[in-house]
Design a protein around this ligand. Structure first.
Ligand code: ZN
Length: 295
């Protein structure tokens, strides 16, 4: 009797596995490609951390495409973007081959997801389509010709065409993130305000900013060489059928231990890949005053 029950259970479990019902037993459904190889930041440190952060959701398999070194022969760098649901950019450096640029733009136009992390938005100041995909960026000679400054004021997004350089940051400090689009899948269910433990917080970013939605902001404090404005932290951009999640956070590995970074990267990457977010906010999510870290 006992044996028979065990056999029945085992059989039932087998049927469940075959039907793909237990989530834990299923292969992650989404394919993510991280692009790195050049960056004025430590991509060798941050790529493995972000790979782990994404794989921990059980939603993604993550491959990495590493470009040749600076001034290396870029002619063979041709990642197969179209194989992926989402491409995470951890790259700023030498131009890619024209063929690769075209393949990337086609991939996004056709519905591919993109995640932009921190310095990746500084890449390719001379590539118009790239700047439309990332929405805003900094440095690289960016100025009023690149597009407006974008920030939050009086309950709405401001596109400010006043002249000046694009991109700046002060010293690192903890920032309080304020959700401005609480009904968006990436931010839905998160508290209105939450702390990020420390960041080299970019401000004064500018770019085409077409079809750009600010999801969350933080105050770029004047005492920290900031603008005194609520500057975008999390943004989305629609480009063709593609979804872009732009996260200005993530200067280095220590910033990536902050739960605010981890959770927004996990949720934003799922959204860029699928248009939905199935993840719940974790129990260790930070409050309005207290950052949380996973050491
Ligand atoms: Zn940085």
């Amino acid at each position: 009797m006992f044996l028979r029950s065990v056999l029945t259970l085992a059989c039932a479990a087998g049927v469940l596995v075959a039907a793909g019902l237990p989530a834990a037993a299923a292969e992650p459904a989404l394919k993510c490609l991280i692009v790195d190889g050049q960056n004025n930041h430590n991509w060798q440190e941050t790529t493995p951390i972000m790979k782990k952060i994404l794989e921990e959701t059980g939603l993604f398999t993550v491959d990495v495409a590493t470009s040749p070194d600076k001034k290396g022969d870029m002619s063979t760098f041709k990642p197969d973007f179209a194989k992926y649901n989402v491409v995470l950019l951890n790259y700023t450096g030498d131009a890619w081959p024209d063929e690769t640029n075209k393949a990337f733009v086609e991939y996004v136009k056709n519905g591919g997801g993109v995640v932009v992390v921190h310095a990746a938005s500084n890449a390719f100041p001379e590539w118009p389509e790239f700047n439309e995909i990332t929405g805003v960026g900094g440095w690289g000679g960016r100025n009023e010709k690149s597009g407006p400054y974008v920030y939050w004021q009086d309950g709405k997004t401001v596109r400010d065409t006043s002249p000046g350089r694009g991109g700046a940051h002060g010293p690192q400090y903890p920032i309080q993130i304020v959700v401005r689009a609480p009904d968006h899948p990436v931010t839905k269910g998160l508290p209105e305000k939450f702390m990020h433990s420390t960041e080299e917080f970019y401000h004064s970013l500018r770019g085409p900013a077409k079809n750009l939605t600010i999801l969350a902001t933080a105050l770029a404090e004047k005492e920290k060489k900031g603008t005194g404005r609520d500057e975008p932290v999390l943004m989305t951009i629609d480009y063709g059928k593609g979804r872009v999640f732009h996260n200005v956070l993530g200067h280095a590995g220590t910033q990536m231990k902050s739960v605010a970074f981890i959770v927004t990267l996990q949720r934003g990457t799922e959204w860029a890949a699928t248009g939905k977010v199935t993840q719940k906010a974790p129990d260790d999510f930070p409050t309005a005053d207290e950052p949380k870290r996973r050491e």
